[in-house]
Write a protein that binds this ligand. Structure first.
Ligand SMILES: NC(=O)c1ccc[n+]([C@@H]2O[C@H](COP(=O)([O-])OP(=O)(O)OC[C@H]3O[C@@H](n4cnc5c(N)ncnc54)[C@H](OP(=O)(O)O)[C@@H]3O)[C@@H](O)[C@H]2O)c1
Length: 164
């Protein structure tokens, strides 16, 4: 099963200068709780943006077109097909970005874990694709801004509507 996890601003923005848009400690905790012990799949830019890499306690699958490249502690995939072959269908694998990988894999995902950051980031340079009507919002958990969180945010879960 393929899930996707992402934090999105009000204008669908997700990153700037190969970094996240803001530091939300509770979102990082949420990310860790959901992904720990599951395979995580990401593009090379996202992998290189991680402060601690590979992410511990998870199979790290990294996409690159450069067949000469390997990263210690990671499994490399040189195409989407190859990446998907590394994801056991009986296990939940998390697609964790960035923009180019979200664009390619959103249509193949079964579940989306979206953190809506209730703020705008005008200097963002990468964006999440539109979430179409095939997705159903099944849960929402709002959190206010506080001294550790620069903006309010909502944890959402979407599942793909089944064909009728
Ligand atoms: N808000 C969030 O939750 C969130 C989460 C993750 C990332 N981000 C942000 O997103 C930004 C990075 O996104 P991005 O789009 O620039 O980069 P990315 O998707 O992380 O990585 C792109 C790279 O992945 C490889 N790749 C992509 N598709 C491939 C394919 N089909 N086959 C083989 N390799 C493939 C290519 O690597 P090569 O160039 O080596 O061939 C490509 O250049 C950063 O700002 C990051 O902070 C935000």
């Amino acid at each position: 099963m393929l899930s996707l996890i992402v934090a999105i601003g009000k204008n669908h923005e997700i990153g700037r200068k190969n970094q996240l848009l803001c530091h939300l400690p509770e979102d990082l905790k949420h990310f860790k709780q959901l992904t720990l012990s599951h395979p995580v799949l990401m593009g090379e830019n996202t992998y290189l943006s991680l402060p601690k890499r590979p992410l511990p306690g998870r199979r790290n699958i990294v996409l690159t077109l450069d067949k000469g490249k390997t990263y210690e502690g990671c499994e490399m995939a040189y195409s989407i097909e190859e990446a998907l072959r590394l994801c056991p269908p009986e296990e939940e694998t998390f697609v964790m970005g960035g923009a180019s990988v979200y664009r390619q894999l959103l249509p193949l995902c079964d579940r989306l874990y979206i953190t809506r950051m209730l703020a705008e980031f005008p200097d963002a340079d990468v964006f999440f694709p539109p979430i179409g009507p095939e997705w159903e919002l099944v849960s929402e958990e709002p959190h206010p801004a506080d001294e550790r969180h620069c903006c309010a945010y909502v944890f959402q879960v979407y599942t793909k509507k089944s064909d009728r």
